[in-house]
Design a binder for this molecule. Structure first.
Ligand code: PLP
Length: 431
């Protein structure tokens, strides 16, 4: 049989660098041929050979209702008939802004953009503009999009400034970015003691989905909030992945349960709020947000920002996930997957740890959940690659890299979860 995926990959590689438009899609970490998607429906997609997969990526998070949800589809079709883009304001932008603010009370105003990268980059400029300071803190293993100042890894010493992780980023551009270890309170305190008064912001993924699934501990998050307040730096929550994915109120509502009165200063959103269309946002208190052009001196703009089709898709998605019972059902389904996988691994004697929140999960081939990036990277990567390909052969599609989270949608049935656990049990026995 001819492998259409391979044919397409070969053809793609002639005209698109690496054959893909975003690197992780290329299967470099796990080897093999990327699956080219023909179509998707509900919890499934079909590749170019017509093979069906249970999809645990869901476009890396946005497809929280599954693919082709009829309510969302109708909203998108209706919006498309009225025009694709105007470059002038629309009522639907207000509706989406209101729908977001209604669920995330730390935000009084929000600006819509087209990608998480754009939202994170703009939030950073806003934090610097609003504070009049240049330095920022980020954490090793957190991803905030590919803006120059955020493509940084830790330098050699404690609380030193970082080195670019990409060619094309001049060292001068990251000289203000301090990279710290996630969940390390003493290091955080030292960094604030040294640089606190020059810090514009601390940017963090509250549940880090770009190192699979690592929670900021409650004591660590408490210190992040306290130190930012004490030194006048802004706490920027990058909830591009966790926003409207781990809870209706996003990850900040999860922390507010353990830390009374907790809220970040600026929130960055993406993925779910666009429901699969290019849409992202950033927001915060009125006094900070009014620093943006046209009311303030911080410039930010976008030809396609607040796009009418994207806002229709996002709005319909947010309406569906706000219905009573939605989050209990999604959380229970995700929990059943994590429990099933854990039990199957235990039975096969495979070291395994897993965690989840709402419709987001992560697992590690490690006996205990890691707390930072260095620990995540001690995961057994050849073993993960065997697991990945074993699942793929059996029609289960998880992220093709061990440092990426997984996503369950409302379209995943109990039977889908059971089939996934059965497939994993068979693969675990061969590890
Ligand atoms: C996906 C992601 C981004 C980048 O969003 P894009 O839309 O891919 O530019 C930023 N931050 C986090 C936490 C993400 O998961």
């Amino acid at each position: 049989m001819t492998d259409r995926n391979q044919q397409l990959f070969d053809r793609a590689a002639r005209v698109i660098p690496g054959g893909v438009n975003s690197p992780v899609r290329a299967f470099r970490a796990v080897g093999g041929t990327p699956r080219f998607v023909q179509r998707a429906q509900g919890a499934y997609f079909w590749d170019a050979n017509g093979k069906q997969y249970i999809d645990y990526i869901g476009s890396w998070g946005p497809m929280i209702l599954g693919h082709g949800n009829p309510v969302v589809l109708e909203a998108v079709q209706k919006a498309a008939l009225d025009g694709f883009s105007f470059g002038a304001p629309t009522e639907r932008e207000i509706e989406l802004a209101e729908a977001i603010l209604a669920q995330v009370p730390s935000m009084e105003m929000v600006r819509l953009v087209s990608s998480g990268t754009e939202a994170g980059m703009s939030a950073l400029r806003l934090a610097r503009g609003a504070t009049g300071r240049s330095k920022i803190i980020k954490f090793e293993g957190c991803y905030h999009g590919h803006a120059d100042a955020l493509l940084v890894k830790a330098g050699s010493g404690l609380a030193t400034f970082g080195n670019p992780t990409s060619a094309g980023v001049p060292p001068e551009v990251v000289q203000h970015t301090l990279v710290l270890e996630y969940n390390n309170i003493p290091q955080l305190e030292e960094a604030f003691a040294l640089h606190g008064k020059e810090l514009a912001c601390l940017m963090i993924e509250p549940i880090a989905g770009n190192m699979n699934f690592v929670r900021a501990s409650v004591p660590f998050m408490t210190r992040c909030r306290e130190l930012c307040t004490q030194y006048g730096a802004l706490l920027v929550f990058d909830e591009v992945m966790t926003g409207f994915r781990v809870a209706l109120g996003s990850a900040q509502s999860v922390y507010a349960k353990s830390i009374p009165g907790f809220k970040p200063d600026i929130t960055v959103l993406g993925k779910v709020i666009g429901g699969g269309m290019p849409l992202a946002a950033f927001g915060g208190p009125r006094a900070i947000m009014e620093q943006l052009a046209p009311t303030g001196p911080v410039y930010q703009a976008g030809t396609l920002s607040g796009n009418p089709v994207a806002t229709a898709c996002g709005l319909a998605t947010l309406k569906e996930i706000s219905k009573p019972g939605f989050w209990d059902a999604l959380s229970a389904r995700t929990r059943s997957l994590v429990d099933g996988l854990s039990a199957a691994a235990a039975q096969a004697g495979v070291p395994f740890s897993a965690d989840c929140e709402g419709g987001m999960f992560g697992f590690f081939l490690l006996p205990e959940l890691p707390q930072n990036y260095a620990k995540v990277m001690t995961s057994d990567s050849p073993r993960f690659n065997k697991l990945f390909h074993g699942l793929l052969d059996r029609g289960v599609y998880i992220a093709p890299a061990l440092y990426e989270a997984g996503f369950v949608s409302a379209a995943h049935s109990a039977a889908d979860i059971a089939a996934t656990v059965d497939a994993a049990a068979a693969v675990f026995k061969q590890l």
